[in-house]
Design a protein around this ligand. Structure first.
Ligand SMILES: NC(=O)c1ccc[n+]([C@@H]2O[C@H](COP(=O)([O-])OP(=O)(O)OC[C@H]3O[C@@H](n4cnc5c(N)ncnc54)[C@H](O)[C@@H]3O)[C@@H](O)[C@H]2O)c1
Length: 424
């Protein structure tokens, strides 16, 4: 059987590292036939790795769409504010689309994309990769089977990890919500989505608090220069010193901003990008901690806490049902299920995941490639409509946070957005 063919739009970290390698690992299933990427080095890498001709490597999505429909699917991995336009166009041309999350920072664009997929009868799958991990799939199944009775409450902690916080959300791509999206959408749309997915219930109301507490100008150490490498007096007392981090244990993160990861290459890049700047002197404005409260249709509640000041980068969940409890930490790759009647604890261990996000990056591609061949019109596990639902939870949480914790009714929130929505 011929492999599914794909165009890749955006060959950055996600496009080139999370999804394109699938075509190299499973050439019988997927073949990249063209790429759109403005960065010369990144475009060239895809060209070489996937043996593309010069003509099939262009610098923008407009050019790739000018070729007409040249493949079965479009994998869209541009930045958050560059999702809407190429997705609308790709669907119109007849591509099935695998789109990175968040769908868009604008809720009305999310609604429009869902409608576009419906209009052109195409699969639009959003990369909520956690849905494809063994960890969360098992939790969802245990709840669905009634093993822990009716869920009364769920707690989820997203531990971002302090250096990851400084890298991505203070110095990096997602530090400024006007340029990318608010933290609850960018980072924690996964969490809103997975809560919605495992409970399999509609969220009715939501409230939220949170702020940017630490990475602010007033916390700048006395005399700190703009670039950490320019002799910062706080060099030995600041955990976020760029030189110590990126030339030391954070060397792996350096490949996100330079292709040259020699010491010299990293030092040059630290001066050419924001990654070398003092974390207290940037234009970041996304929150460094946020909590969200949710109430679901049958009265079940959930609380979520995202915090940038944690030792580990992981998610920890506790789900309390009327007959038992589930606990799990994603990093441990196992869950515990406790039965109130028998007092028995069952530990379920999962296979060591292959690939990023607990195996979710690979899992979503595998599922997507099979979904597009289905004839029964079943939507994918992470379809645009399923994703729209959990994105709306994130948008509502952000609205609540901005209104100092006012509770938002989700039906009303959606109805007001849909009223404003007009088809273009
Ligand atoms: N699913 C997940 O868990 C997950 C994890 C991290 C990031 N993301 C999301 O993935 C998306 C991409 O993130 P990333 O880390 O790969 O960012 P990135 O900056 O590394 O990659 C984006 C790429 O898009 C390219 N680009 C810009 N304009 C373009 C155009 N007109 N045509 C084609 N390409 C263009 C850029 O040059 C860049 O290489 C973001 O929306 C991000 O929020 C998802």
């Amino acid at each position: 059987m011929q492999p599914t063919t794909a165009i890749l739009i955006g060959a950055g970290d996600r496009g080139a590292r999370a999804y394109a390698p699938y075509a190299l690992d499973y050439p019988n299933e997927l073949k990249i036939v063209a790429v759109a990427e403005p960065n010369d080095e990144r475009r060239e890498r895809i060209k070489v790795e996937h043996s593309l001709s010069e003509a099939d490597c262009v610098s923008s999505w407009n050019e790739i769409f000018n070729m007409g429909k040249v493949a079965d699917i479009a994998i869209i991995c541009t930045m958050d504010r560059q999702h809407y336009e190429p997705t609308m166009k790709a669907l119109q041309l007849g591509y099935h689309v695998l789109l990175e999350k968040p769908m868009s920072p604008d809720p009305k664009e999310c609604i429009a994309m869902e409608k576009q997929a419906e209009k052109y009868n195409r699969q639009l799958t959003i990369c909520h990769v956690l849905r494809y991990t063994e960890f969360w799939t098992a939790i969802r199944n245990i709840i669905a089977e009634g093993t822990i009775g009716d869920v009364a409450s769920l707690q989820l902690n997203e531990n971002v990890e302090a250096m990851h916080m400084s890298h991505s959300f203070v110095r990096g791509n997602w530090s400024n919500k006007e340029e990318s999206s608010p933290m609850i959408l960018q980072k924690s749309c996964h969490d809103m989505d997975i809560i919605r997915y495992v409970l399999d219930k509609k969220c009715e109301r939501i409230s939220s608090y949170g702020s940017l507490m630490h990475f602010r100008r007033e916390n700048k150490p006395e005399g700190a220069p703009l670039y950490c490498l320019d002799g910062c007096p706080a060099e030995d007392s600041c955990p976020f010193h760029a030189g110590h981090y990126y030339l030391g244990e954070g060397r792996g993160w350096a490949k996100k901003f330079t292709e040259d990861t020699s010491n010299e290459g990293i030092i040059n890049a630290l001066y050419e990008t924001d990654y070398g700047k003092c974390v207290y002197q940037l234009d970041n404005n996304v929150v460094d901690h946020q909590v969200v409260n949710m109430e679901f249709e049958d009265g079940a509640t959930a609380t979520f806490s995202m915090c940038g000041f944690t030792r580990e980068q992981t998610r920890i969940v506790q789900i309390m049902g009327t007959k038992g409890e589930i606990r799990g930490k994603m990093d441990d790759n196992q869950i515990s299920v406790y039965d109130f009647l028998t007092k028995q604890e069952t530990i379920i261990k999962f296979n060591h995941p292959t690939g990023g996000h607990g195996g979710g990056d690979r899992g979503i591609m595998k599922d997507f490639l099979s979904d597009i061949k289905r004839t029964d019109k079943r939507e994918s596990i992470s379809s645009a409509s399923a994703s729209l639902d959990s994105h709306l939870m994130a948008f509502a949480a952000e609205e609540s946070r901005l209104k100092k914790g006012t509770s938002i009714e989700l039906d009303q929130f959606y109805n007001e957005l849909s009223k404003e929505y007009t088809t273009s």
